[in-house]
Design a protein around this ligand. Structure first.
Ligand code: NAP
Ligand code: GDD
Length: 352
């Protein structure tokens, strides 16, 4: 019998799944990951750690599965008998959740229940620890600032509502069945691996393309929303630390620093050494290259949501005290890395 710990990650192909698997592999875990069948390759973020299935000894093993399919979830858990399960799988885009609310509820809410039920059904309570990817979106129309583990939830999107169900079903299974089940309530976290339709990656990609003369204008939505942005690599460490506690518990993970979307844009412009000038307000906000008529940012009202979460700011004192967790990045060093990687990938694109 191998002495290595065994982890199972739902959502391994996503931003967080890729950083978490790298981290667990460095800690000598055997990592199992669930991937979905897709008409095009969806493993780009984990290709660099992929291991040939014909190799005799592997510590990264991928399985087809889907969080909306109870039997696939249950049979994978029974076959793998993991020590730790990380549920990162979700339809994770807030705006898209207004377009596909039913699927979002199925994947993000009931998906969590499916995993917990499989742990209970297969009587794995004494073996398997469970991490649920909770979110600051649950605070929605915030009841207090900053938000901590005791702040009430008031979700503002089908995504946020589904995640509130996932949060409470995790608490419920912990209390009812003594499952070591924990919620990480993570505030926004970004990286060069962030999906292209989330605002930070969209801004970095658009402005890098403008800098390189590949694009003229970047269209954005609400510039006034405030977020607490951290780096996904730091947040993956927190996920692991949460599952190493003596007792299961819930933790807010955040930087405690807040910026508006517009302030984020300005930092990226500075990093790219683009001299800029904003004109107008609200829907008529626009940004020019200073001293020219080159409009590089315009507002498209289609990027506004039916409801907005205006402000999110986390208080992660509990995690800092009890988990000894502390982020290594700040928003400026994160932007530096995102811009550097984006410019490099644009160079590669040009070659192809
Ligand atoms: P992401 O990049 O969108 O990754 C989501 C992952 O879930 C992908 O691997 C995706 O697979 C998978 N997935 C989606 N639907 C699935 C299904 N039906 N069955 C199986 N897998 C499915 O998201 P992320 O930024 O890494 O976030 C990870 C988790 O943390 C999510 O649950 C998200 O809601 C939560 N969260 C994120 C943040 C943040 O700021 N990033 C903050 C708080 C909480 P494909 O690659 O095939 O699409
Ligand atoms: N996506 C997007 N695109 N957002 C825009 C745009 C745009 O063109 N313009 C302005 N925004 C604003 C959104 O209205 C929102 O207020 C803010 O930028 C951040 O949007 P996203 O990057 O899409 O992230 P999010 O805060 O809605 O959700 C992310 O963080 C949550 C944690 O609070 C996602 O990662 C969720 O999965 C996560 O739970």
């Amino acid at each position: 019998m191998s002495k290595n710990k065994v982890a199972l990650i739902f959502g391994i192909t996503g931003q967080d799944g890729s950083y978490l698997s790298e981290y667990l592999l460095k800690k000598n875990y055997i990592v199992h990951g669930v991937i979905r069948r897709s008409s095009s390759f969806n493993t780009g973020r984990i290709d660099h750690i992929y291991q040939d299935p014909h190799k005799k000894k592997r510590n990264l093993i991928l399985h087809y599965g889907d969080i909306t399919d109870s039997i696939s979830v249950s049979s994978l858990i029974k076959k793998i008998l993991p020590h730790e399960i990380y549920n990162l799988a979700a339809q994770s885009h807030v705006a898209v959740s207004f377009e596909v609310p039913e699927y979002t509820a199925n994947a993000d809410a009931i998906g969590t229940l499916r995993i917990l039920e499989a742990i209970r059904f297969h009587k794995l309570q004494s073996r398997t620890r469970f991490y649920q990817a909770g979110t600051s979106e649950m605070y929605g129309k915030v009841k207090e600032t900053p938000q901590n583990e005791y702040t009430s939830f008031y979700p503002r999107s089908p995504y946020g509502v589904a995640k509130v169900y996932a949060h409470w079903i995790t608490v419920n299974y912990r209390e009812a069945y003594k499952i070591f089940a924990c919620n990480g309530i993570l505030f926004n976290h970004e990286s060069p691996r962030r999906g292209g339709t989330f605002v930070t990656k969209k801004i970095v990609n658009g402005l890098c393309r403008i800098k390189k003369g590949l694009q003229k204008t970047l269209y954005l939505g609400n510039l006034e929303a405030k977020r607490d942005w951290g780096h996904a690599k730091d947040y993956a460490v927190a996920m692991w630390k949460i599952l190493q506690k003596r007792e299961p518990d819930d933790f807010v993970i955040a930087t405690g620093v807040q910026l508006t979307v517009k302030e984020f844009v300005n930092l990226v412009l500075k990093e790219l050494k683009i001299d800029y000038l904003w004109k107008g307000k609200g829907l008529s906000s626009r940004c020019f290259i200073k001293g020219t008529k080159n409009k590089i940012i315009s507002i498209d009202k289609n990027y506004f949501r039916p409801l907005e979460v205006d402000t999110l700011l986390g208080n992660s004192k509990k995690a800092r005290r009890e988990l000894k967790w502390k982020p290594k990045y700040n928003v400026k060093s994160m932007i530096k890395e995102m811009v550097y990687e984006e410019l490099n990938s644009l160079k590669d694109d040009k070659k192809n």
